[in-house]
Structure formats: C-alpha cells, structure tokens
Design a protein around this ligand. Structure first.
Ligand SMILES: CC(C)(COP(=O)(O)OP(=O)(O)OC[C@H]1O[C@@H](n2cnc3c(N)ncnc32)[C@H](O)[C@@H]1OP(=O)(O)O)[C@@H](O)C(=O)NCCC(=O)NCCS
Length: 168
C-alpha cells in the first residue's frame, strides 16, 4: 500500500468512497438529518478546497484509491490543534488495517511538524476505531448537537500503532 498526497485525479474516487460510507455504515449510526448536512459537503469542489489548506492523503492499492484522510491545524497562534479530518476507508476494504496505517502516517506527519497531540472529531460509528488507535474522548470539547465526539491522543506512543499496522 502506498500513502501519498492527494492529487486532483483522486478527487472523483475519493468522493465516491466517502459517499458510499455515508450511505452505508454511517447511516446506521447517525440521524438522517445530521448525515444529510455532512453528506451535502461531499463534493469535488469541497475536496479541492480542502486540498488548498490541509495536507490531504490517499492510500492506494494496486493503482486504486482505498482511503483518504487529512491533517490540519484547527488551532490559533500559540494554541495549535492538529486535527485529523475527512478520514474514510473504502467500504469493501474495511477491517484490513488500512485505516490504522493511514492514521499512523498522519500521526507521524503531525509529529514531524512538532505536534505532541492529535485531535479528531469522530463520527459515532468510528469511536471504537479511534479508541483502538489510542484516542480517548475529550470531554472538554462536546459537540453533541452535530453527533460528533471530539477525541484526542498524545503522539508519544505512535510506534506501537505502526507496529500493529505493519502486521500482515
Ligand atoms: C472507521 C474506519 C476509518 C476504520 O478503518 P478500517 O481500515 O476499517 O480500520 P482497521 O482495519 O485499521 O481497524 C483497526 C482496529 O480497529 C477496529 N475497528 C475498526 N473499525 C471499528 C469501529 N467502527 N468500531 C470499533 N472498532 C473498530 C478493528 O477491529 C481493528 O481492531 P484490531 O486491531 O483489534 O483488529 C472505517 O471503518 C471507515 O472508513 N468508516 C466510515 C467512515 C468514518 O466513519 N470515518 C471516520 C470519520 S471521523
């Protein structure tokens, strides 16, 4: 699997894999109203706009995009908030460790830029995945109306995650 920065030709497959997740696993956990609001953002223009100010990555297998995820500082000067967003694995390859590997790559990237902590606004269905990766719920940042759970983890123990992700 190759992890690289997202390019313009990746936009269409990324939109497709994101929408399939909204219509599948995410629809099982979120209210239709909230999901429709988020889903409406999932357009080629949205991803092109994201690429202009975030580090957006894709994971590629056999020439096909199988996952995407982004890293950006949502904080303010002197108070960084390195945050994972737009994180989706193609539905037919869930559970194969792809999300873990992409998350580890994003964490290592954040760490190289000096981050000591990573944040993520998790959808309901993904809380268990992030907990498994070492995040815990950040009760200081509730966002219950949007059905989002802010989670956070220190970037000190990424080695363990990478070792797990390297399993066959
Ligand atoms: C959540 C998601 C990113 C996980 O990616 P993935 O590639 O399927 O996850 P992995 O195969 O790397 O799983 C890693 C571990 O987390 C566990 N896990 C994965 N998804 C989980 C979930 N939803 N709940 C609980 N545990 C989960 C796996 O069982 C695995 O555990 P193990 O190491 O003990 O076997 C993927 O399911 C997805 O794209 N979901 C829809 C979009 C989404 O919710 N994105 C997050 C938005 S914030």
């Amino acid at each position: 699997m190759v992890i690289r920065r997202m390019e313009d030709h990746d936009v269409e497959p990324v939109v497709e894999l994101a929408l399939a997740n909204y219509d599948g696993v995410m629809a099982e956990h979120h209210s239709a109203e909230i999901l429709a609001g988020f889903r409406a953002d999932v357009t080629p223009k949205f991803f092109r706009d994201q690429m202009a100010w975030k580090q957006v990555f894709v994971a590629e297998e056999a020439g096909e995009v199988v996952a995407t995820g982004a890293l950006a500082d949502f904080g303010s000067p002197g108070a960084p908030k390195h945050t994972v967003s737009q994180f989706y694995v193609r539905a037919d390859v869930h559970g194969r460790g792809i999300g873990t590997r992409l998350l580890a790559h994003i964490g290592e990237t954040a760490k190289r830029t000096g981050a000591d902590r990573l944040h993520v606004p998790s959808s309901r269905n993904a809380i268990g995945f992030y907990e498994r990766a070492g995040f815990s719920v950040d009760s200081g940042q509730p966002d219950a109306p949007l059905e989002i759970t802010w989670m956070t983890m220190p970037l000190l123990d990424l080695a363990g995650q990478v070792r797990r992700a390297d399993r066959p």
